[in-house]
Design a protein around this ligand. Structure first.
Ligand code: M6R
Length: 606
């Protein structure tokens, strides 16, 4: 949440900072700001409410050639979106940008009697605290580390001072920061996307590390100001992956590229001919895989639903395996029990979600093996798990998660196959999954190419509704939950996901002319049960849109029959239909589909 950029080098900082902020805008878009500083310590602070495009206008009228600066794009936590609450925050000679939450900011604020607070933010308190410790005998880095010792909470910060214009000090605890290294310049970003095109060499800051960034290098220290060695890693994201490439929106691009991104997830891991799955990086021996008796899956939002859908496949694949799936935000405060021989699957696109990370740390504390199902390479969760499967879906820029879901389900299903293989499950059982995984990219391609227009047409019809009810049974229940989440977050309409069998226990009372329903139906042993739920809704005047792979008789207001060779994994294809449906509804309603209101990609605060 929120984006941080920084620059120190020989080029003009303003352009680099604002273009970095544009790349990070998906992390928060309530307000944006930059401050630059010249070699004499003269600063230019520019902040604006709203998107980076608003800040751009301000920068145009205050152009300068300063070579040092920091910037921020905000998702509001303390204080409304406004110019005054926008970062950077100033206190004396100090300018600070901050991601995270300072939990004890009220106590700290009470001690800072000399500072005239202008914003409602916790971040200004941190700036003022640093300033109060920054006397004439103290260096900026010492003032920063002393202030951070007083802080309870999470932070990724970048700080400059008009007294030391030749450095940018950065530090992290619980909020990501990456330092891009290049000849005669150093760049700072909270997300690798902002560094692409400048450098592919980066130092990933760990918690409780502070760095003094200079034009010609980085001096890394621990919180006691002791020097520590840094590891320069390679960022493997190409420019194309973070561009729209002709699509109207990142969301449509990301939905459409699923055949390719899924191939990347599967590549080198499934062998269709040998009916074999091999996942590197799990750091689990065959003996350890064989001994697994329980799997706990955690994630938030779409990652949680990907875990939920995968749990159906895991239990079908491995007889006797017990599984629980939890929303990380709930699990972290529960007194949960993990039975012996448990492994935990930590599912996250960004690898930075605060609740998921907190669960991971608690589970590790209990000596339970953790496996990450992560998209973002080098992210905090990816670095802290014991082993993992990178899903290789490429950067997901649109706030609504789509391609990550598909790849996460595929990755966990592959893991299930590998566990089944280790436990001696017969090839007859596992090969059904391998065959369907191998076909899945083409099947998704088929849906996107052949049904997109029809889905757009149906979406236009239902775009007028403010309420909807998604339902499905068995594997289609998590898919219904995900469909409803996708619609609500980008259309701003109320969408509820339910297990079809639960309708009669309450939600069917909602059915009236103000609602439409999305019924998910698979032509399998539960088809008739699904049909009953559908008839019950029809009988009460429902406006039902059915998405199905069946050619059988179905009575509904609208039916989209998809022709797919898949059986077990057909729900993933049905989910792609839902993604397109949500996209076209949101477009028809004139919404900002990539950056929906009130949201941000990567929820790094509680
Ligand atoms: O980065 P993560 O996968 O950990 O993010 C989890 C959720 O915040 C995320 O899936 C969110 O629900 C999306 N906006 C859903 O589209």
């Amino acid at each position: 949440m929120c984006g941080i950029v920084g620059y120190i080098g020989e080029r003009d900082a303003q352009g680099i900072l604002t273009s970095g902020l544009r790349r990070l805008e998906y992390r928060g878009y309530d307000s944006a700001g930059i401050v630059t500083i010249d070699s004499s310590g003269q600063t230019t602070l520019l902040r604006e409410k709203g998107k980076v495009s608003e800040l751009d206008k301000l920068v145009l009228s205050h152009e300068n050639h300063d070579k040092v600066g920091i910037g921020h794009t905000r998702w509001a936590t303390h204080g409304e979106p406004s110019e005054i609450n926008a970062h950077p925050h100033q206190a004396g000679d100090i300018y600070l940008v901050h991601n995270g939450i300072i939990e004890n900011y009220k106590e700290l604020k009470a001690e800072l009697k000399d500072h005239n607070f202008v914003s409602e933010t916790d971040s200004e308190v941190l700036a003022a605290m640093i300033d109060s410790l920054y006397d004439k005998d103290t260096s900026l880095v010492d003032a920063v580390t002393q202030a951070l010792k007083l802080v309870i909470g999470t932070y990724g910060i970048a700080v400059i001072s008009s007294r030391e214009p030749e450095i940018v000090v950065v530090a992290r605890s619980g909020s990501p920061l990456i330092i891009g290294v290049n000849d005669n310049e150093t760049l700072i970003a909270s997300d690798a996307c902002a560094l692409i095109g400048h450098t592919d060499k980066a130092i990933y800051l760990n918690d409780n590390e502070v760095a003094i960034c200079k034009k010609d290098g980085v001096d890394l220290r621990d919180m006691s100001a002791q020097p520590i060695s840094s590891k320069v890693e390679t960022i493997e994201i190409d420019m194309q992956a973070i561009q729209k490439q002709g699509y109207d929106h990142f969301l449509l691009k990301e939905i459409s590229e699923q055949p390719q991104t899924l191939r990347a997830t599967l590549s080198g891991r499934i062998n269709e001919r040998a009916k074999d799955v091999r996942l590197d990086g799990l750091n689990l021996s065959t003996k350890e895989l064989k001994s697994i008796e329980h799997i706990t899956i955690i994630g938030c939002g779409t990652a949680y639903y990907a875990g939920l859908l995968s749990s159906y496949y895991l239990e079908q694949l491995v007889d006797g395996l017990t599984i629980d799936v939890a929303a990380a935000s709930e699990l972290r405060y529960r007194s949960f029990h993990l039975p012996k021989n448990t492994i935990a699957l930590v599912v996250s696109q960004s690898g930075e979600t605060a609740d998921t990370l907190a669960c991971l740390r608690e589970i590790k504390r209990r000596d339970v093996k953790t496996i990450g199902i992560i998209n973002t390479v080098g992210s905090t969760i990816a670095r802290e798990v014991d082993g993992g499967i990178y899903v290789h879906a490429g950067p997901e820029i649109s706030v609504a998660s789509t391609k990550a879901f598909t790849s996460q389900v595929a990755a966990i299903t592959m893991l299930g196959i590998q566990i089944a293989q280790a436990k001696g499950v017969g090839i007859k059982e596992t090969s059904k999954y391998i065959d369907e995984l191998a076909k899945l990219p083409d099947e998704i391609d088929n849906v996107i190419k052949n049904y997109k227009e029809k889905i757009a047409e149906i979406a236009k019809k239902y775009a007028k509704y403010e309420h909807s009810l998604y339902f499905g049974r068995d594997t289609l229940f998590p898919v219904a939950l995900e469909g409803a989440l996708k619609l609500k977050e980008i259309s701003y309409t109320q969408a509820e996901g339910y297990a079809a069998g639960e309708l009669k226990h309450g939600p069917i009372a909602l059915v009236d002319d103000n609602f439409f329903e999305v019924a998910l139906l698979l032509d399998n042993w539960l088809f008739d049960k699904g049909l009953s739920a559908l008839s019950e809704v029809n009988a009460r005047g429902g406006h039902v849109f059915v998405i199905t792979n069946s050619t059988k008789d179905i009575d509904a207001e609208e039916i989209l029959r998809i022709d797919t060779k898949l059986d077990i994994l057909a729900p993933i294809v049905i989910n792609v239909v839902q993604q397109l449906f949500a996209y076209y509804v949101a477009v028809a309603r004139g919404n900002d589909v990539d950056q929906p209101r009130n949201l941000a990609k990567s929820v790094t605060v509680e």
